[in-house]
Design a protein around this ligand. Structure first.
Ligand SMILES: [Fe+2]
Ligand SMILES: [Fe+2]
Length: 131
């Protein structure tokens, strides 16, 4: 069973962002799956690296979109992206030295909670502006 299941209620109606959100779910599920089957360091690190890269790219696209829309919540939203990316970067860096499946599993659950909360609050504001 995947860690995170996509639901259409997460859709924003903005194609590129919706596509990337689903891709982030896939990346996170791969981390979880490889971790659950106790894959070796290179495999799990590869999945984590991919998740990290896609997160960074997604935040960049979303922030660009917000600037173009002149979204009034830009500063707070970007600060939340920056804070979370720093957290994930720090966690991934630690795994380079000490690899433990349980720690990766904990990180995956933390990312899962953050992504769902973030998409349904901060990201939702992108399309609820003015309503
Ligand atoms: Fe966001
Ligand atoms: Fe997003």
């Amino acid at each position: 069973m995947p860690l995170l299941e996509w639901k259409d209620e997460y859709l924003l109606g903005m194609e590129a962002l919706d596509y990337e959100h689903q891709d982030l779910f896939d990346c996170l599920n791969q981390v979880y799956e490889q971790c659950s089957r106790k894959a070796d360091y290179d495999t799990v690190a590869g999945c984590l690296g991919r998740l990290h890269t896609r997160l960074a790219a997604h935040f960049a696209l979303e922030e660009k979109t917000m600037r173009e829309m002149k979204n009034p919540h830009y500063a707070a939203h970007k600060a939340e992206h920056d804070r979370f990316l720093d957290e994930v970067t720090g966690a991934v860096a630690v795994f380079g030295e000490e690899f433990d499946h349980e720690d990766v599993d904990k990180l995956a659950h933390g990312v899962q909670q953050w992504i769902v909360r973030h998409i349904t609050t901060f990201d939702r504001q992108l399309v609820e502006r003015g309503r």
